[in-house]
Ligand binder design. Structure first.
Ligand SMILES: [Zn+2]
Ligand SMILES: [Zn+2]
Ligand SMILES: [Zn+2]
Length: 256
């Protein structure tokens, strides 16, 4: 079996529709325009590795028939990517084990601050908290018999990571890919890349920058994610070059 990447959430931090917005995309009937917060799951060798834990993690697992996950690797600590962490309690129960959490040191520090109750032994909070197995991320790691390769990308001034498994790379939240990371993005079957909106943004690629970067990387297929309400699914896709499309919640990308 190859590698599957499931897009659990394709939206930016507010989600789409946004609360209190009546724009055409937020009011759209097209289910592709309904975007939960940005996260994904790699599945291979009968194991699932979450990439980030969005606020809708439980709903995303139910919607995508993810019955169990075996670990999570974090791209960075921003709230839209982490606040669903409490939902991994279900995987503790299903696996009867602590849940592996892969994160770079600065991200792990933030997780310990944001989810202090999960990391400390507090007799007043004795149950119903996630049991975590923190693993510092400082390079490729083996997971279920394959290498998971973190790829350094820049999210404005913040160094964050994306991940590659096999010939599939997932790079949300970025507006620059350092030259030193380009070699790790060669020969991709599928690339998922940040593309927030049309207008420029200080920490995310806009669509034009994302297309240009995707052309440089040259994956066989490219999907854009972390999408704001300014980009309608059908209209944007009609404008994109061959081999490039917007991702959507529930998209499954399969590769050998
Ligand atoms: Zn809107
Ligand atoms: Zn972010
Ligand atoms: Zn984000």
């Amino acid at each position: 079996m190859g590698v599957r990447l499931t897009i659990l959430g394709s939206g930016t931090s507010h989600g789409v529709p946004m609360i209190g917005c009546e724009c055409a995309v937020c009011m759209s009937d097209d289910p592709h325009d309904h975007r939960t917060r940005c996260s994904a799951a790699f599945t291979f060798n009968d194991h699932t590795l979450l990439i980030d834990t969005a606020p809708e993690l439980r709903l995303q697992c139910l919607a995508n028939d993810i019955r169990v996950a075996h670990g999570v690797a974090y791209t960075h600590h921003h709230a839209d990517h982490v606040v669903g962490l409490d939902d991994v309690r279900r995987f503790n129960w299903l696996l009867q084990a602590a849940f592996p959490v892969y994160a770079e040191a600065p991200t792990m520090t933030r997780l310990r601050q944001m989810f202090e109750y999960a990391f400390v032994n507090d007799p007043t909070y004795p149950s119903a908290k996630p049991e975590l197995d923190p693993r510092l991320l400082d390079g490729p790691f083996a997971f279920a018999g394959r290498d998971v390769i973190p790829i350094r990308i820049m999210h404005g001034p913040l160094p964050v990571v994306g991940f590659r498994v096999g010939a599939v790379a997932y790079l949300p939240d970025c507006n620059q890919i350092p030259s030193g990371s380009r070699a790790a993005l060669a020969d991709l079957d599928a690339l998922v890349l940040d593309a927030l909106r049309i207008r420029p943004h200080p920490t995310h690629f806009n669509l034009e920058q994302a297309v240009e970067t995707a052309e440089q990387i040259g994956a066989a297929r490219t999907y854009f994610t972390h999408i704001a309400h300014e980009l309608g699914h059908a209209a944007t896709n009609a404008s994109l070059p061959t081999g490039m499309q917007l991702a959507y919640d529930g998209l499954r990308i399969e590769s050998d």
